[in-house]
Design a protein around this ligand. Structure first.
Ligand SMILES: Cc1ncc(COP(=O)(O)O)c(C=O)c1O
Length: 330
């Protein structure tokens, strides 16, 4: 970033070829996923990519499936487009939030054109397995899959592996749009750079249109520089950060006597407050000095989401305040 600032010329730019190469190399090395550099479409963020997908991949009368609870911008993108959609709840099975295939199947209509996927899952923290993804892709046969994989480098469960759904089979790759970015893993969202991997030329055209027409901005020179630096030179930093986040995850699990599924990935704990005798858990913890994300934002009002991607001392303080807020503390 310093080198880019020292360069001194900040005119309009195009995506650097070495960034495409760094992405291709990373996806092959980490996920065994062979991607052609030409399949990469640069976007200013993953969320803009969700909005583009809702508007450009779905005709006004078409319908999408959303496995919920889910990062709020998926639903927001469909509401603003606006496009019809059905929310299908995930189910908690053996400590993991997983797809309810029967309900998803029943939720499909003749107009269903897109299935949205968030893998690793925000807020549930699940890393979906190859067999689970294969069954999901089969269920969504004939549909486009829009897969937000922004948390793929944030795996805390050392036994889990991230599997890009598009990497499962050529047939699945041809109908998948995978949204990715260095924004979460390296905490550089204000740099503003993300990308979609899209093999099919028609889908790629649809995902490219808005940036090419300047409806959306291209990533800035700083977004490209920050992303390239992160992907090329950030692995040791990322490994150290993951160790730290694992420590934070363990602290949350140990210190907070509320039900939550073990967090396989992300720095987010999805906490079940069903048994808490308060009308609004988010409000309740806020009154005790902890600002959590309200579960209603993700479609589950009895839950709250804790972001533990922070200094351990601050996390300890938050957990202490949360414990004080529990009825047993009274
Ligand atoms: C699942 C998911 N997608 C996208 C984003 C944001 O992406 P961006 O900053 O690239 O728009 C987040 C940020 O929390 C996220 O959790």
């Amino acid at each position: 970033m310093n080198a880019r600032v020292a360069h001194g010329v900040f005119g309009y730019t195009t995506p650097p070829a070495e960034l495409r190469d760094a992405i291709v190399e990373r996806l092959a090395r980490r996920y065994n996923w062979a991607v052609d550099p030409a399949w990469i479409v640069f976007l200013p963020g993953v969320v803009p990519g969700l909005h583009v997908s809702a508007r450009r991949l779905l005709a006004p009368e078409e319908h999408a499936l959303l496995p919920t609870p889910l990062y709020q911008h998926f639903k927001r993108a469909l509401e603003l487009a606006p496009r019809a959609h059905s929310e299908i709840p995930l189910v908690l099975e053996n400590g993991r939030w997983v797809f309810d295939l029967d309900r998803l199947r029943r939720g499909r209509t003749a107009k269903t054109r897109v299935l949205y996927l968030c893998n690793p899952q925000n807020p549930g923290g699940t890393v979906f397995r190859r067999d689970e993804l294969a069954r999901l892709a089969e269920l969504a046969a004939g549909c486009v899959i829009v897969s937000d994989e922004i948390h793929c480098d944030l795996l805390l469960d050392e036994a889990a592996r991230h599997v890009p759904i598009a990497s499962l089979a050529p047939e699945i790759s041809r109908r998948t749009v995978t949204l990715m970015s260095a924004n979460k893993a390296f905490n550089i969202p204000s740099a503003g750079c993300a990308w979609a991997v899209v093999e099919d030329p028609q889908l790629r055209e649809a995902m490219s249109l808005d940036v090419r027409a300047h409806v959306l901005p291209s990533p800035s020179v700083f977004g490209y520089a920050a992303t390239l630096a992160a992907l090329r030179e950030g692995d040791a930093w990322l490994a150290a950060q993951l160790e730290y986040l694992r420590g934070n995850r363990d602290l949350v699990a140990r210190e907070l006597p509320l039900p939550m599924a073990p967090v396989q990935a992300t720095y987010l704990a999805w906490i079940d407050c069903t048994e808490l005798p308060v009308a609004d858990a988010h409000e309740h913890f806020l009154r005790h000095g902890v600002a959590l994300s309200p579960g209603a934002q993700f479609g589950a009002p009895r839950f709250v989401r804790l972001n533990f991607g922070t200094q351990r001392a601050r996390l300890r303080q938050a957990l202490e305040r949360m414990r004080t807020a529990l009825p047993s503390a009274g």
